[in-house]
Design a protein around this ligand. Structure first.
Ligand SMILES: [Zn+2]
Length: 210
């Protein structure tokens, strides 16, 4: 593979109207606005909704040359080397299907995502922490079924007591989410940059700003 001379413009990507996603971490490729590529599984579903599966244009072009992906759509911009010229892919689909039936990892991020980035007691999105619904000192474990997102105020107020003793009940019992449940949560938090060529493969309820 030759050396590319993408000659990319340094313009910022268009922004969607204000939404909660603005405050969430974005993949580096999107932040820098340099032609991120949406990656679909072999069934043309995004590999992941949240974070949205995006590759840098460099990785996308490499995958095309390694014959691992089909190019579904492209930017108008091209990359050039001595030997060839090609449009930068904007959507690619893997040729080999990656099974998606693993259960979601028990991570801080996935836990906040499950709870919609809100305190389960007062719905505040601010100062989120983790609450052991059954406190550790009473044998509560650090696991999906016992941890909820809670703002620091509520966490402090509950202060290591059982819900019935604190008279604070989570709006929903903590649970181990399926991948599908997390994905549909992810749809509520669209990234702040969506190329129009991606929209056929994403959520219907997201509109691209003109
Ligand atoms: Zn709260």
């Amino acid at each position: 593979m030759g050396t590319f001379d993408p000659n990319l413009p340094q313009k910022s990507p268009p922004k969607l109207p204000e939404n909660r996603a603005e405050t969430l971490p974005m993949p580096e490729t999107v932040r820098s606005g340099t032609f991120p590529c949406l990656v679909l599984n072999a069934d043309y579903q995004p590999l992941s909704y949240f974070p949205l599966s995006l590759w840098s244009w460099q990785d996308a072009v490499k995958a095309v040359f390694l014959d691992r992906v089909n190019v579904v759509n492209s930017y108008q911009k091209t990359v050039r080397s001595v030997e060839f010229e090609m449009p930068i892919p904007s959507v690619i689909a893997l040729k080999d299907y990656i099974p998606q039936n693993r259960s979601p990892a028990f991570t801080r991020f996935n836990l906040f995502l499950r709870d919609g980035f809100e305190c389960v007691y007062c719905n505040s999105p601010d100062d989120l922490t983790f609450d052991h619904v059954i406190p550790r000192r009473l044998g509560g474990k650090t696991e999906w079924a016992n941890i909820s997102a809670a703002c620091s105020r509520c966490n402090l107020r509950k202060g290591g007591r059982l819900p019935k003793d604190a008279q604070m009940f989570p709006k929903r019992k903590p649970y181990a989410p399926t991948r599908h449940q997390l994905q549909s949560q992810g749809r509520r938090f669209p990234p702040n940059y969506l190329h129009k060529s991606w929209l056929d493969y994403l959520y219907w309820d997201v509109e691209l700003e003109a």
